[in-house]
Write a protein that binds this ligand. Structure first.
Ligand code: HEM
Length: 138
């Protein structure tokens, strides 16, 4: 029961975090082309002030619940080495933890990323994580 509950919270948090990145990179980005810089900044801030309250905590919840889930499903590594499930899950965990550290440093410590400052990198990672989260069972 605990596993399913934590996994549901994991999926919910991943949907909020990933959902914002998908909407931001595929749709909201076009607002910039239709308004001048000053107007665009005002429009973006009108929703980002709410995004900042919800999306960073969702990312941290996705990572923390993921850390619990991985302890329940990873299993032991056989003498032949890691299975394809374990390898893909490890890659998924690595990308997720990277996003978690990057997001925490940026939002809560005010440390800006050195490279890839936009939402394109997290977007690319989330798409990769979504594919890994399905293909790891193949
Ligand atoms: C931050 C971005 C993350 C996103 C968007 C994400 C997304 C997902 C999705 C969509 C699934 C569902 C797969 C399914 O059952 O169909 C899943 C499962 C899982 N995630 Fe994540 N995840 C993230 C981070 C993490 C991290 C950091 C870890 C580990 C440290 C992790 C560990 C797991 C595990 C172990 C499962 C599989 C649970 C099972 O076998 O039923 N996730 N994740």
């Amino acid at each position: 029961m605990t596993f399913i509950l934590i996994k549901t919270i994991h999926l919910f948090a991943a949907f909020i975090y990933g959902g914002f990145l998908i909407v931001d990179n595929l749709f909201l980005v076009h607002i910039e082309k239709s308004f001048d810089e000053k107007e665009y900044k005002k429009i973006r801030e009108s929703f980002m002030k709410y995004v900042r309250k919800v999306v960073p905590p969702s990312l941290l919840i996705a990572v923390l619940t993921g850390l619990y889930l991985i302890t329940q499903v990873f299993g032991s590594i056989s003498e032949e080495g890691m299975s394809s499930f374990q390898m893909m899950l490890s890659m998924k965990a690595f990308l997720g933890i990277w996003l978690g550290i990057r997001g925490f440093a940026q939002v809560y410590l005010g440390i800006q990323p050195l490279v890839f400052k936009s939402h394109v990198l997290p977007f690319a990672f989330v798409i990769t994580i979504l594919f890994l989260s399905q293909f790891m069972y193949v």
